[in-house]
Write a new protein. Sequence first.
Length: 47
Amino acid sequence: MAKIYSNASHKPYNLKPKDETISFLLNYSKALSVMNYNKMKFEALLN
């Protein structure tokens, strides 16, 4: 197992997301609300 992870043949990823994917993620992040209350976090999706 150690031999597999020690290889230095890492290839850089060339990721090109679609415009729809970027739009979805931006809209989701705008609608997400995180509230802190007594050391707890509550997440709410505001539609």
